[in-house]
Design a protein. Structure first.
Length: 276
């Protein structure tokens, strides 16, 4: 199975699974020779190409979940694949980066894009379904290329338009990792756009206000999931807001926090026991 980038969790997780007595095999979700009809639990990991084949991926989710436990559960995955969940978080009162959804087949004129940037000098345009910064680009206000990029995305699916959050350059984007309902650790990610490599540091202490926002974002699903990652940034007033809530296939950075892979395996064991 060829990945678009290295899965940094693969080795520590494989070791923890083996130590925990699990017989695990890494199989590509789109492998035509895989036997998904067998009643064997499936844990979603680095399915980063699903954004290119989202309908097939969602069909696979339903097929696998119909015969054996799927982690995270199918209904949670389905609700998280499309990033319009940010609008749902905002409707619940969770602070999120201001987000405009541009549906498939629609586009916006350059002056409309500039208005969405609010007081900022730059805007970010990304697909509504994406992984690994796929087609995520930042533009200066007034750049004609921004409207062209938006049109190229909405020709095949929906897009999100957001103001560029300047705090990601210094404070960074903080990724809070949850395992089995508990906040485990946090790392810092540098700004990343289409074609960039991922750069991380940490772990870092978790601020109380970040902890509160992440818990609020996860509240409806916290008792049903094994893993989650809540990516946060701070607004112009220093308040944390959700950039993305990753419940499908996030990197969890086990190597950055010793013991986290083992807690993941213990949580998996408990979740599978409840499902049987």
């Amino acid at each position: 199975m060829a990945l678009p980038e290295v899965d940094v969790d693969a080795c520590p997780l494989a070791a923890a699974l083996a130590a925990g007595g699990f017989d695990a095999e890494l199989v590509a979700w789109d492998d035509p020779n895989a036997d998904w009809a067998s009643a064997i639990p499936t844990v979603i990991r680095s399915t980063w190409n699903y954004a290119l084949h989202v309908d097939a991926f969602l069909s696979w989710i339903d097929r696998v979940a119909a015969v054996a436990p799927l982690v995270n559960p199918a209904e949670v995955v389905r609700g998280n694949v499309h990033k319009r969940y940010l609008l749902e978080l905002a409707a619940r009162g969770v602070p999120v980066v201001p987000t405009a959804l541009v549906d498939h087949g629609r586009t916006l004129a350059l002056h409309e894009l500039d208005e969405l940037a609010a007081s900022g000098a730059r805007i970010v345009i990304k697909p509504e379904v994406g992984a690994g910064s796929l087609d995520t680009r930042v533009f200066d206000r007034g750049d004609p290329a921004s409207a062209l990029h938006l049109a190229s995305i909405t020709a095949r699916g929906a897009a999100l338009v957001q103001p560029y959050v300047a705090s990601v350059e210094a404070y960074g984007e903080r990724s809070l990792v949850f395992i089995a309902g508990e906040l485990s650790h946090a790392i810092r990610k540098s700004p990343r756009f289409s074609g960039d490599s991922e750069s991380i540091t940490g772990p870092f202490p978790i601020a109380d206000d970040e902890r509160a926002v992440a818990r609020a974002a996860l509240a409806p699903v916290a008792d049903r999931i094994l893993y989650a990652r809540c990516d946060l940034a701070r607004d112009a007033n220093g308040a944390p807001m959700v950039m993305e809530l990753e419940l499908v296939e996030p990197s969890l950075f086990f190597a950055r926090h010793p013991g986290s892979a083992e807690r993941y395996v213990a949580g998996l064991r408990a979740q599978l026991a409840r499902a049987t």
